[in-house]
Design a protein around this ligand. Structure first.
Ligand code: RUB
Length: 331
């Protein structure tokens, strides 16, 4: 069977997510939902079946871009589950409605969690950040709006240096920033009141999957007695982990770690570039969501409330689901 036609915007968004021009779990979810809406708005499908197949194909293309941020499948599921109607026009309207309510919820969730996270910060506090998380930045921004004096020690975050984005955004809010290399983190942990990070996925046992380096930072913070706060909208909760699935950790290109010419000069080496790591719940003090703050071990209760006991994959036709199952899906 021919592949359904995809709108060029879907291909572009997929490529931007893959190359990290669009990055960060919440931003990825937002871009994926709006790409589905574009596919719906511009679809030339003449039958409801053809329309549905096009939207599912667009979702599959977007899904295949980055494996770790669960906000991506959660966003696609949200829109696909609400695709409903007997005609192309009705289906199109349902996707448009779902895309727009998803994006509204995303914005609201970030504002609400920002308020809760800000309540944990006191006037004069100093936070240490890792990578760039819009959810984490929202907590600091809200604290500043509450009139609190907050400063930050910002980890550069190798290899892509997303810490620079955090530093720029915090400076735009007039927050004093000290930029450090990742290996200087332990040296400064005694000088900060909180470690504040985001999440790409949160597992049912409360483990936090976030940018590589988060777990080492959390272990060091525990040793220093510095509380670790994870700012994560509920779209970061990974429903499949309730039924035993593990989170796939993305391995990225070696050239992000070392330039090919430097590598050639060194000689034969293996370069490994995992993008994320897993912080066990015992090293996390609080997960701050738009639904309140949770000790990591209790996050499963919220997960059950939001997702029931599991999910299905609406981008797959039931008949092709088993045929499309990849071995890594069972990992
Ligand atoms: C980004 C990263 C962020 C989370 C949360 O990794 O690990 O901490 O995605 O971000 P990458 P947000 O740069 O590889 O996408 O709070 O904005 O969803």
């Amino acid at each position: 069977m021919d592949e359904p036609p995809l709108h060029p915007r879907v291909e572009t968004v997929a490529e931007e997510i893959e190359t990290m021009e669009t990055r960060g779990a919440a931003t990825i979810a937002d871009a994926a939902a709006s790409a589905l809406v574009t596919q719906a708005e511009e679809s030339q499908a003449e039958t409801p079946a053809a329309f549905r197949e096009e939207i599912r194909a667009a979702a599959r293309t977007l899904l295949d871009t980055r494996p770790t941020a669960v906000s991506l499948p959660n966003a696609l599921r949200y829109v696909l589950r609400r695709m409903d109607g007997e005609s192309v026009a009705a289906l199109r309207a349902s996707v448009e409605r779902a895309g727009s309510s998803f994006r509204d919820q995303l914005d609201r969730a970030q504002d609400d969690l920002g308020e809760i996270g800000a309540n944990r910060l006191r006037d004069g506090d100093r936070v240490m950040t890792h990578c760039h998380s819009t959810d984490a930045v929202a907590c600091i921004q809200r604290a500043v709006q509450q009139g609190k004096d907050v400063s930050a020690v910002v980890k550069e975050t190798r290899p892509r240096k997303q810490g620079h984005i955090t530093a720029r955004e915090l400076r735009a809010m007039d927050v004093p920033v000290t930029l450090i290399v990742d290996s200087a983190a332990r040296r400064y942990l005694g000088d900060v009141d909180h470690v504040l990070v985001g999440a790409d996925a949160i597992a049912a046992d409360g483990s936090v999957v976030n940018k590589i380096g988060t777990s080492g930072l959390a272990v060091n913070a525990r040793e220093r007695g510095t509380p670790v706060m994870v700012a994560a909208q509920t779209i970061k909760l990974h429903p499949d982990t309730m039924t035993g699935h593990t989170v796939d950790i993305e391995m990225r290109d070696e050239s992000e770690v070392i330039a090919p010419e430097d590598r050639a000069e060194i000689g034969e080496i293996t370069v490994a570039n995992p993008a994320f790591d897993v912080t066990p719940p015992r090293h996390v003090d609080a997960i701050v969501t738009e639904r309140g703050q949770f000790p990591p071990e209790s996050v499963v209760t919220l997960m059950r409330e939001l997702f029931g006991e599991g999910t299905h994959e609406p981008w797959l036709e039931p008949t092709t689901r088993e045929a499309n199952r990849r071995p890594e899906d069972d990992a």
